[in-house]
Design a binder for this molecule. Structure first.
Ligand code: NG1
Ligand code: ZN
Length: 548
C-alpha cells in the first residue's frame, strides 16, 4: 500500500478549520446545517469521497452539495455510491468521525485509522463527480471540496450547477459506461435525451395533455425544466413559475413541494383555473407534489402516496396485459408517514411494506421486488426494476400486436424513470404518461381513495436522541412509558393514528397524527406534541400555545 501524503492533507486541512462549537452528524440526508458553517466538512468530505472510491476499486463516487427543501441559508452535502444510490450506512459513521475531528492533526489521524480499519489500498486511483444546487454558499463550499480532493490527489469531474437526480444519474452512467448494464450517456444531454425520448413515446397516439404548470421552488429544477422544453418540443408543454434562481432569499420561500405538502395549500404565487393541475418541485428537484383545482376552484393535493397509487396500479396493469404477472411481482414500499387510506387501498391490491424514514431504507426494500414502487408522502420517490425483470421485458417475444405494444410501453416506462433516486421532473413525466393513458384528470386520479386528514408537528426538545423507536418507527421504546400515553390518546379518536420519531435531518422530534376529521387530526397531533414536550422536560414558559 502506498502512503498517505499526510503533510499535504494536514496543511490544506489547516485552511479549513472546524468550528469548535459544532457537532456535525451525517444523517439521512448527509450533513445539513447552516451553509456558512460547512467549510471544514466539505474539505473533509472531499478526502472521504476519495477514500470511498479507492475502497471500491476506483469506481466513481458522487458528491452533491444541496440542502434540498430547507431554507436558502442552509446547505449540505451527501455522498452517492457507484450505482447512483445513497452512501452505504456503515460509512455514515466514518463521515461523522472525520467531520468532527477537532483539528487537522486529529483529522489526519482519523483518516489513517479509516484507511487501516477498512483496509483501503491507497495506490488505487480515486474518482469523484460533484455538483451543487443554486444556493449562494455553493461556490465556496465547492472550493473547499476541491481542496480536499486535490489534497488526496483524486481525479474529479465538476458537473456544475445541476439537480440531485442528475448527479445520481451521472454517477450510475459513468460507472456503467461501456458495460452491458450501461444506464445511458454520462452527460446532462444523455439524461435529457433518455427521459424525454421515452416520455414522447409514451405520449404518442394519445391526446396531447394540457400544458403543465411547474413550481420550481426558485431552485435548480428551473434550469433543468427549461432545458427539457427544447427536448420535448410540441409533444408536451411546460410553464414554469417560481423559476427565479437569482433573487436572494427566494429559494423554497413560500413555494416548492415542501411548502405545499406541509401547509396543504397552494403557494401564494400560483392561481389555478378550475380543472387545472400543476406540480411543485423542491430546491434540488428530487421531490414532487401534484395538485389541481376542482370545478369550484377548490385546491386538492396529490402527494407522494397518490403518486404511488397511480404509478403502481398502472405498472401492475401493464405487467398483466403483457402476460408477465406470474414472473414479475410489483411491490410498494411506504413509511409510517403514508396516509392510512393509501395503505388500506394498496394493501388490498398488492404487497405493501413499511420501512423507517429515509430513502436508503425505501430504495433497499424496493430492490427486493421485481418492480418496487416507493414514494414518501412528501413526494420523494421512484420505481426500481430488477435486472431480471428488465431482461424479461426486453427479451419477451410478443404473440400479438397488443402484447407487443404493452411491452414497448413497459420499456418506455423503465426509461422515463430515473431509477437511481427520486427525480421530480422524471416522476412528473411518468405521472403525465399514466394520466394520458388512462384519460384521467386530477379528479379521477384523486378519487382512487380519499386521504385521511392529517397533521405533522415539530417539537423542539433538548435531546432528540432520547427518543428511540421500533416497528418501522411506528412505536416508541424510549422514553419509557410515553408510547402507552400516546396509545391512550389515540384510542379516543375515531380512525386515529399517531406516532412520534426523532428527525434524522433536523434537531426536532416529529409528531404525526391522522383522524377522520381535520379538527380531530389537528387536536390529536397537538395533544401528542404536548405530551412529548412535557416528557422531554420542555420549559413551560416557552411551551407553544397550540400544544394541548
Ligand atoms: P426527517 O427529518 O428524518 O423526518 C425528512 C423527511 C423524510 C426524508 C428526509 C430526507 C418527513 C416527515 N421527513 O426526514 O421523509 O425526505 O427528510 O430529505 O417528510
Ligand atoms: Zn430534495
Amino acid at each position: 500500500m502506498s502512503m498517505l501524503d499526510v503533510k499535504a492533507i494536514q496543511e490544506r486541512s489547516d485552511r479549513h478549520p472546524k468550528p469548535s462549537d459544532i457537532k456535525f452528524q451525517y444523517g439521512t440526508a448527509g450533513f445539513r446545517t447552516l451553509g456558512k458553517t460547512l467549510d471544514s466538512v466539505l474539505f473533509r468530505v472531499g478526502v472521504l469521497a476519495a477514500l470511498r472510491s479507492k475502497k471500491l476499486d476506483g469506481k466513481t463516487i458522487g458528491v452533491m452539495v444541496t440542502a434540498s427543501h430547507n431554507p436558502e441559508p442552509d446547505n449540505g452535502v451527501k455522498l452517492v455510491d457507484p450505482r447512483g444510490e445513497m452512501l452505504e450506512s456503515s460509512w455514515e459513521a466514518h463521515a461523522t468521525i472525520l467531520a468532527n475531528a477537532p483539528d487537522s492533526v486529529a483529522f489526519v489521524a482519523a483518516v489513517d485509522e479509516l484507511v487501516q480499519t477498512s483496509k483501503i489500498d491507497l495506490s488505487i486511483p480515486a474518482r469523484v463527480v460533484f455538483a451543487r444546487d443554486t444556493r449562494p454558499t455553493g461556490p465556496q463550499l465547492i472550493a473547499a471540496l476541491k481542496d480536499g480532493l486535490e489534497a488526496i490527489k483524486a481525479e474529479y469531474r465538476d458537473a456544475g450547477i445541476t439537480t440531485t437526480p442528475v448527479l445520481h444519474y451521472l454517477v450510475r452512467t459513468i460507472n456503467t459506461k461501456g458495460t452491458q448494464d450501461s444506464y445511458g450517456e454520462d452527460t446532462e444531454e444523455g439524461y435529457l435525451t433518455k427521459i424525454s425520448d421515452a416520455f414522447k413515446k409514451l405520449l404518442a397516439g394519445k391526446a396531447t395533455p394540457p400544458p403543465l404548470l411547474i413550481d420550481c421552488a426558485n431552485g435548480v429544477g428551473a434550469l433543468m425544466a427549461e432545458k427539457f422544453k427544447a427536448y420535448l418540443g410540441d409533444a408536451f408543454s411546460i410553464n414554469l413559475v417560481n423559476a427565479d434562481i437569482h433573487t436572494v432569499g427566494a429559494l423554497n420561500n413560500s413555494c416548492g413541494a415542501d411548502f405545499v405538502k406541509v401547509n396543504q395549500k397552494l403557494p401564494p404565487s400560483i392561481t389555478l383555473q378550475p380543472g387545472q393541475r400543476a406540480c411543485s418541485l423542491d430546491g434540488d428537484a428530487d421531490r414532487l407534489i401534484y395538485y389541481y383545482a376542482d370545478e369550484h376552484g377548490q385546491f386538492h393535493m396529490l402527494d407522494g402516496d397518490k403518486i404511488t397509487t397511480l404509478v403502481a396500479s398502472f405498472i401492475v396493469e401493464l405487467v398483466k396485459a403483457a402476460g408477465l404477472d406470474e414472473q414479475i411481482k410489483v411491490g410498494v414500499i411506504q413509511t409510517a408517514y403514508a396516509n392510512g387510506s393509501s395503505t388500506k387501498y394498496l394493501s388490498g391490491r398488492l404487497p405493501v411494506k413499511c420501512v423507517p424514514t429515509g430513502v436508503k431504507h425505501l430504495h433497499h426494500a424496493a430492490e427486493q421486488y421485481d418492480v418496487g414502487v416507493y414514494f414518501e408522502a412528501n413526494g420523494h420517490g421512484t420505481v426500481t426494476f430488477s435486472p431480471a425483470a428488465q431482461e424479461l421485458i426486453s427479451s419477451c417475444k410478443s404473440s400479438n400486436l397488443s402484447q407487443s405494444a404493452t411491452l414497448t410501453q413497459l420499456k418506455n416506462v423503465i426509461d422515463v424513470i430515473n431509477q437511481t433516486v427520486g427525480d421530480a421532473l422524471s416522476d412528473a413525466f411518468l405521472v403525465e404518461s399514466v394520466l394520458a393513458h388512462k384519460s384521467y384528470s386530477g379528479v379521477e386520479w384523486d378519487s382512487l381513495y380519499c386521504d385521511l386528514p392529517n397533521r405533522l408537528v415539530k417539537v423542539v426538545v433538548s435531546d432528540r436522541n432520547a427518543f428511540v423507536t421500533e416497528d418501522a418507527e411506528r412505536r416508541l421504546v424510549s422514553p419509557l412509558g410515553l408510547q402507552a400515553k400516546v396509545d391512550e390518546l389515540v384510542r379516543r379518536y375515531e380512525g386515529g393514528r399517531s406516532f412520534v420519531r426523532p428527525s434524522g435531518t433536523e434537531d426536532v422530534v416529529r409528531v404525526y397524527a391522522e383522524a377522520v376529521t381535520r379538527a380531530e387530526a389537528d387536536e390529536l397531533a397537538f395533544r401528542v406534541a404536548g405530551l412529548v414536550y412535557d416528557e422531554a422536560g420542555g420549559d413551560q414558559s416557552r411551551r407553544p400555545k397550540e400544544f394541548l
